[in-house]
Ligand binder design. Structure first.
Ligand SMILES: [Zn+2]
Length: 710
């Protein structure tokens, strides 16, 4: 999670707040993620694995007409059983499993964290990884020590910022703050060259905001103005907690807002960021250095231990021009104020006293997302260790909870869906034979990664000290930054994962051309060896299809089979694709998610397209399987035919309770549509669904103008 999340093009299936800090996550604005433990989802009582079913007839509400609102029909029983708990901003089937996984992780962590005195003398000593995850968990859980230490562990960093006296000193200071995970001004790390996916280069991204994304600084509606006022109050309280007087914090917050607003206005919108062309500005470190006339990039890279030469990408030239101007015209003590706020912000989770922790929660979870109660500390500490040392923890998790046969079953399903896509491309009536060949080349080149990495990350250089929560957080950041920068100029590691094994999510990486399904996701209620193909293909199959389709959505289709940003489409086919995509943009633009806030059809296009394409591919693959085994399509189980069960299993994965504040934040800034529309809108585009439930042409679940691309 600390790794440099500069490139907002890795497409996950689920809403990212589950594992990110609520500050943007994988689609972040080139930012290093914020405090890891503060905004993770906060499920209620965890469900037992045995209770979770992929197709669950007990969730169905027969009083609802499936042709009228299929989501309600499929999920009302779940809603009745799962009222939204006070510490939740959003609670759905993904959270159910996330919570179950978190319980399993807690057990591992409690075992490895047990103090030496309580350990059985016959037990083998902890392995190096067990020492790290155990002691990090123990340090995080030790709130008494964290409270007692107060700001002391952060004081050297505060002093360092206070010592900033001239613009010439800024580059080295900023390099250090970036290394310890502070999202100040911009982000720097490594990424594959857009033009040459085999080459890893330096990557400079826009960043430096405390609100979720740039439009939060520019919107003028009443709710947005109020949110900004609440943000100002939050920044002030944080500065006061760090010892500023009322008068000082009142003045300082204006400085912070002025700087962040300037950065925001010069940044791309999150919709613009979705187009990789907008982020592709190849240069080299020397050339980029010449652009920054008021900031010594040479000093910065030396202090950051980053390459001083070689290829680089200036992801947002307009942003860096503004940063350059800002570095020239902003008094150095004002820059210090801005840095102080971002330092406090970066550490205001479980590493700082409860006063900071609570204040941070109050704005990011309560105000922005509607949570009414902070989640318990063990949950946050478990998520923290997963974020920080995820492959050390994940290795134990996989050994205990992910049998090898699960990996094989997922691989079989993935191959079946890839085969269905191959046939589907052949059958497309709008694409030329020439482009079809290239699409199939790309499909055949997709690498399937399932469960966990073949080679585990080596954490041997991370020092974890029991009782030093803040120092540990800092050292993990430094480790991750060094690991990231070491990739520059080296061969691409295609086996690396962007998600940890226990994660309940999946992603497609267009520069790698691979699909990734973490072990944590491949379980009920999404996938089960005990249930039939109709249920499993409707649910996990549609997710597999979703990730595959990302390779061919408005973003992914711009990358070729080797992951290069290189157009392989004929002009005519491209135009036909865009016309079809426009149908979906309009369809989702028309949806009003909360009063006054419509979905953003362009922002959510890639996800909506992946949802529709993914479900269609799963359907095709399932039909093939059903035919191969001569499945009786009229035989009912639990009162439903196999095809009906397929659609219900699809919709039931999206059963989710969401607070209005969270829904608003999601509608404004998440590339995924809210769950209700992910279930319903996609189905209205598929006549095959309408046929399964004998829906009339005029029914709400039948679109008068269905969209279809893949
Ligand atoms: Zn997706």
């Amino acid at each position: 999670m600390f790794s440099f999340a500069a490139v907002p093009i890795r497409c996950s299936i689920a809403f990212v707040a589950l594992e990110a800090a609520g500050l943007g996550g994988v689609f972040a604005h080139g930012q290093v993620a914020g405090p890891v433990t503060s905004q993770a989802a906060q499920p209620a009582a965890p469900a037992a694995a045995a209770e979770l079913r992929v197709f669950d007839p007990s969730l169905i509400d027969k009083a609802v007409d499936p042709c009228d609102n299929f989501y309600r029909f499929s999920c009302n029983g779940w809603f009745k059983r799962n009222p939204l708990p006070a510490d939740q901003t959003r609670y759905g089937r993904y959270t159910e499993l996330y919570e179950l996984n978190r319980l399993h992780l807690k057990q591992i962590l409690e075992e490895t964290a047990a103090p030496a005195a309580t350990r059985n003398a016959n037990e083998p000593p902890r392995s190096a990884n067990e020492q790290k995850i155990g002691d990090e968990y123990a340090s995080c859980m030790d709130a008494a020590t964290v409270n007692k230490l107060g700001l002391t562990p952060l004081q050297p960093e505060l002093d360092r910022i206070a010592a900033l006296k001239s613009p010439a000193e800024l580059p080295a200071l900023l390099a250090h703050l970036h290394a310890i995970g502070v999202n100040a001004f911009f982000g720097m790390g490594s990424n594959q060259d857009f033009a040459d996916s085999n080459s890893v280069i330096s990557y400079y991204a826009a960043g430096g905001l405390g609100l979720p994304e740039r439009d939060y600084y520019t919107r003028t509606d009443a709710k947005s103005v109020e949110l900004r006022q609440q943000y100002v109050a939050h920044v002030r309280r944080m500065l006061s907690l760090a010892g500023e007087t009322e008068a000082q914090s009142a003045k300082d917050v204006q400085i912070v807002m002025a700087i962040e607003t300037r950065l925001a206005k010069a940044s791309l919108t999150i919709t613009e960021e979705r187009d990789p062309q907008n982020l592709n500005h190849p240069t080299d470190v020397a050339g980029f250095s010449k652009e920054l006339t008021h900031f010594s990039l040479a000093d910065y890279v030396v202090a950051a231990h980053a390459p001083a030469a070689g290829k680089a990408n200036d992801a947002e030239p307009k942003f860096f021009a503004e940063f350059n101007a800002l570095a020239a015209d902003t008094p150095i003590e004002q820059i210090g104020t801005y840095l102080r706020w971002h330092l406090l912000h970066a550490y205001a989770g479980t590493s700082l006293p409860e006063s900071f922790d609570n204040e941070n929660w109050n704005f990011y979870s309560h105000t922005l997302n509607g949570a009414e109660k902070q989640q318990e500390r063990w949950k946050r500490c478990t998520s923290r260790v997963d974020d920080e040392l995820g492959e050390a923890l994940g290795q134990v998790y996989v050994a205990r909870y992910f049998p090898p046969e699960e990996k094989q079953r997922t691989l079989d399903m993935t191959l079946a869906i890839e085969q269905a896509m191959d046939k589907d491309i052949d059958a497309l009536d709008w694409m030329s034979a020439e482009t079809k060949l290239k699409a199939k080349d790309k499909l055949h080149a997709v690498m399937n990664k399932i469960g966990y990495p073949d080679k585990w990350r080596d954490y041997s250089t991370v020092k974890i000290v029991r009782g030093d929560a803040l120092g540990n957080q800092m050292r993990v950041h430094e480790f991750d930054q060094a690991r990231d920068l070491a990739k520059i100029g080296k061969p691409v590691n295609k086996g690396e994962w962007q998600m940890t094994p226990p994660t309940v999510n999946a992603y497609y990486d267009p520069q790698m051309n691979n699909v990734n399904f973490p072990a944590g996701f491949l379980q009920p209620p999404f996938f089960s060896g005990k249930e039939d193909d109709a249920a499993n293909y409707g649910d996990m199959g549609s997710s597999v299809g979703h990730e595959l389709t990302h390779g061919f959505d408005d973003q992914g289709r711009q990358f070729d089979k080797d992951g290069n940003l290189k157009n392989w489409w004929s002009k005519d086919d491209e135009q036909k694709f865009n016309e079809r995509a426009e149908c979906m943009v309009k369809q989702y633009d028309a949806i009003e998610a909360v009063p006054g806030v419509h979905l953003n059809g362009k922002l959510t296009l890639g996800e909506n397209l992946a949802d529709l394409g993914g479900l269609w591919l799963a359907w095709l693959a399932w039909l093939d399987k059903a035919e191969a085994v001569h499945l009786d399509m009229t035989a009912k189980t639990d009162g439903y035919t196999p095809d009906q069960r397929f659609w219900i299993a699809y919709a039931q994965q999206w059963c989710t309770q969401t607070r209005p504040e969270q829904l608003r934040t999601q509608a404004e800034s998440d590339p995924h549509a809210p769950d209700e529309y992910r279930a319903n809108t996609v189905l209205t585009d598929l006549p095959e669904f309408a046929k399964s439930f004998s829906c009339k042409k005029t029914a709400a679940m039948v679109s008068p103008k269905p969209c279809r691309i893949w």
